[in-house]
Design a protein around this ligand. Sequence first.
Ligand SMILES: [Zn+2]
Length: 290
Amino acid sequence: MPELPEVEVVRRGLERWVAHRTVADVQVLHPRAVRRHLAGADDFAHRLKGHAFGAPMRRGKYLWLPLADSGMSVLAHLGMSGQLLVKTRQAPDEKHLRIRVRFEDAAGEAAPGTELRFVDQRTFGGLSLHENTPDGLPDVIAHIARDPLDPLFDDEAFHQALRRSRTTIKRALLNQSLISGVGNIYADEALWRARLHYERPTATFTRPRTTQLLGHVRDVMNAALSVGGTSFDSLYVNVNGESGYFDRSLDAYGREDEPCRRCGTPMRRRPWMNRSSYFCPRCQRPPRLS
Ligand SMILES: [Zn+2]
């Protein structure tokens, strides 16, 4: 699954190439890509037609395009292999093209003659249309917490939630109703930087420890963004969670048996909630059982 920085790169690309353009028509080429829109493909296409997209929004890993004058938004589910591409109309269709959105070309268009394509090899992803909450979120993601790059993220409220919770720190970091946008990769990276074992109980966290950890979470995400943030400059918006842009800069994730970049001890991998946790057994000591 793509994580927050990858999704933010896509959001920036859409902001540059697609925002404020009016939908001329929508072609759904595979019904699975709109299966979350229960009224079906024709209804989905009909409701978008004639509306302009607003500025694309993101919360955590969720990305949506508000539909002007409708009180609704198009939510993008990127799944494992979903891509949003901006292509010229003449460009040959991709093999796994699922949805095509054509635009009315207006004067002063940033990218005249282009269209938005949703391409998805494995069809786990898709687009769906939802009513907005009063806050402007698609209703189906109203429970998703703000992400740590959101200026309105409340560090103190997060700390208090950690203190109250009978959970461990990596579970808390992946709990989208506490903090959104932190996936397995960036959780391992931030915990390595903070020298914290993933099983550490959150009830023991002091305020300085929470502050330090949030700082590391933001640092790893911003570092990833600074690498990926240049790739939207071309007329091509892309996300693929499996081969993300950022593999080279990882210190923990995927580095089993390689030396810790801080102390040289071989890194370890442990099964964790159907996934893996990567950590340094020396820098990130497991909590003592009490
Ligand atoms: Zn180490």
